[in-house]
Design a protein around this ligand. Sequence first.
Ligand code: PAF
Length: 281
Amino acid sequence: MKIFTEPVKLQKWAESRRLAGKKIALVPTMGYLHEGHLSLIAAAKKKGADEIVVSIFVNPIQFGPNEDYARYPRDEKADLAKCRQAGATAVFFPTPDNMYAADHSVYINEMELGNSLCGARRPGHFRGVCTVVAKLFNLAKPHFAVFGQKDYQQETIIRRMVRDLNFDVKIVVAPIVREPSGLARSSRNTYLSDAERAQALALSAALAEARAEVKRAGEVDWKTCRARIVRKLQANKLKVDYVEAVDADTLKPVTKLVAKKTTVLLAVYCGATRLIDNAVM
Ligand code: PAF
């Protein structure tokens, strides 16, 4: 497994692999790898990639001033071992200084899908995500890149960026990986105490109940369903950031839940930790 820290070295290597006719997959991550990330590597393998590049970079420009950039969990040694074990062929481990020139001044701003949900609560977040992902595309030169459904809005925005800016990269989306309890895997779960972990189960449970209701009834009034979800979250001491139902493709709010066409997205504070989860109904 190759390890790159210098952007230009990764870029040169990627170009040579392309010239050799190899199919390159990119799995962008912020490290502290868990089963969810490993499932993205597995998806890349399954899709027939010859080279699987995992980028591990806690991207400073996608964190707000009061967010957890400094304390975001990091474990380079364990991450490298997991990448090797999972079948990555290259890891890209840049430092902020070699990703961003001191006078870096070009950013990518998606102007529509990012105005709601997490984008409305985390100003500049998706600008940071789009910018770093575009850079990673230019460096790793992937034929396809794998993202997790856990970050539903992110994945939708990246697909829009690829379409609108004509990136020659196919976007593959892998399903959410959950712990046996139902809790969606996230590097941020490491912040949770045992009591908070138990409270956090209400997220996936509320989504599962909504889904079951849609399956049973075909169509479900969102206002009533939302009130039930909010009650459940609050009963578990979770502070609601948002509870929204949107069209699965456009992210526009809907008034009815319809199977496969609508997505319910939740963001809560569990103690000091912000958790997100979602399900296509
Ligand atoms: O989903 C993430 O971990 C990050 O937002 C990403 C896509 C790696 C960009 O920094």
